[in-house]
Write a protein that binds this ligand. Structure first.
Ligand code: GLN
Length: 189
């Protein structure tokens, strides 16, 4: 049990700094990470929301794929929106490369153009779906932590978690999702 774990938020692109207040409110440390040395220094990763194609390009450009594969294999990871797309086993609309950390199929921009963005209450907490993906298929060993409109939106297998929504935009610290993740990291670390 680690009392004050270090949570690294992958800082290539997307909503990084907004996680700081949530993570600190859980009694953990926040760092924005983009180098292999920084990756090695953290207890767990958050892959933030943003644009998954841009993140993929930067991962390739900076040659970070293999080091991330190795890091993700041994630490808890939580992917949010674009981050959940990077974690999926397979991606549609269109297909793209992913780390395959969770046995789910995810459809990019799954709510269509007319629903660019909307808010919802998950476990009594306001979260945002922003050009969000939809989990269209999941294996039996995937636990559903929350559903919205009868679709799984927050899922877990072992120490890997994905949410298709953003909880970090609400300024009520910490979000239940950050608390859930940091509690898992504290138990694992
Ligand atoms: N639509 C984005 C993608 O496909 C995800 C949007 C988000 O992370 N808010 O990567």
């Amino acid at each position: 049990m680690k009392q004050k774990p270090i949570i690294g938020v992958l800082a290539l692109q997307g909503a990084v700094e907004l996680h700081k207040a949530h993570i600190e409110a859980c009694g953990a440390s926040f760092i924005a990470v983009k180098t292999p040395a920084q990756f090695a220094s953290v207890d767990a990763f958050i892959l933030p929301g943003g644009e998954s194609t841009t993140m993929l390009k930067l991962i390739e450009r900076f040659n970070l794929w293999d080091v991330l594969v190795e890091q993700f294999s041994k630490k808890p990871v939580w992917g949010i929106c674009a981050g959940s797309i990077l974690m999926a086993q397979s991606v549609t609309n269109p297909t793209q490369k992913s780390f395959g950390l969770l046995p789910i199929t995810i459809q990019r921009n799954g709510y269509g153009r007319q629903l660019e963005s909307h808010h919802a209450q998950i476990q009594g907490y306001e979260v945002s779906f922003i050009r969000a993906p939809v989990i269209t298929k999941l294996d039996d060993n995937v636990e559903i932590l929350a559903e919205y409109d009868a679709t799984p939106v927050w899922v877990q297998t072992g120490n890997k978690i994905a949410s298709t929504f953003h909880p970090e935009l609400t300024k009520q610290y910490p979000s239940p999702m950050h608390k859930y993740f940091v509690d898992l990291v504290k138990k694992n670390a």
